[in-house]
Design a protein around this ligand. Sequence first.
Ligand SMILES: Nc1ncnc2c1ncn2[C@@H]1O[C@H](COP(=O)(O)OP(=O)(O)OP(=O)(O)O)[C@@H](O)[C@H]1O
Ligand SMILES: [Mg+2]
Length: 216
Amino acid sequence: MIDRGHGLFVTLEGADGGGKTTQLRRLATRLRAAGADVLETVEPGGTPIGRKIREILLDKSNAEMDRHTELLLYFAARAQNVHEWILPHLARGGVVLCDRFTDSTLAYQGGGRGFGEETVLALHRIACGTLQPDVTVYLDIDAETGLNRARTGRGNLDRMDAQSLEFHRSVRAAYLRLAEAEPERIVTIDASPGANEVELAVWAAVAPRWERTLVR
Ligand SMILES: Nc1ncnc2c1ncn2[C@@H]1O[C@H](COP(=O)(O)OP(=O)(O)OP(=O)(O)O)[C@@H](O)[C@H]1O
Ligand SMILES: [Mg+2]
């Protein structure tokens, strides 16, 4: 595996419509203004191969997709993102902002789909080796508010959004458990206020870590 280098690996996590994509863009702008070399990426997707895998995952006509297939496709997209984009950028000392990462799989497939943590972490070791985010911003939102925002923002729901409210509640519970288990890495931010207020909280969580990379 490529040396992970001195870069900073930041992931944004949370339920659908919590504001991950909005906050990732704002964070990228702030980091670039501070002089960082920022790579923005998203899962599933990011790389060209990842985008093709994303289409399969989010296509509503794939209603018969088996949960094992789904799990492996998420990790297939992730492996490509890690090896083609994330590790090389970190090795150059850059900052990587990733919209969803393995915590999403732990919450949705580990929690929501019932695979459990061990199975997901075993696949993480195959796809990503020892790579872990330096900091994970978890945007916490209740399932109803998140789905309403996602619906307003995109005008429709994809295959994952269209799951039951109960599924989305179990996903949130799984995120809260993860955040409780790893308070050093995962910063929980209340995503219910307006985007400007959330942006300040995200910056307060990430800026000190970015400054620390400068003296490494
Ligand atoms: N703090 C906020 N308050 C109100 N609306 C917001 C806030 N943040 C984002 N939005 C709006 O909510 C919608 C969803 O936001 P965004 O796409 O950033 O969320 P997301 O977490 O990336 O969602 P998804 O999981 O669906 O990709 C967008 O229309 C966005 O403009
Ligand atoms: Mg998004």
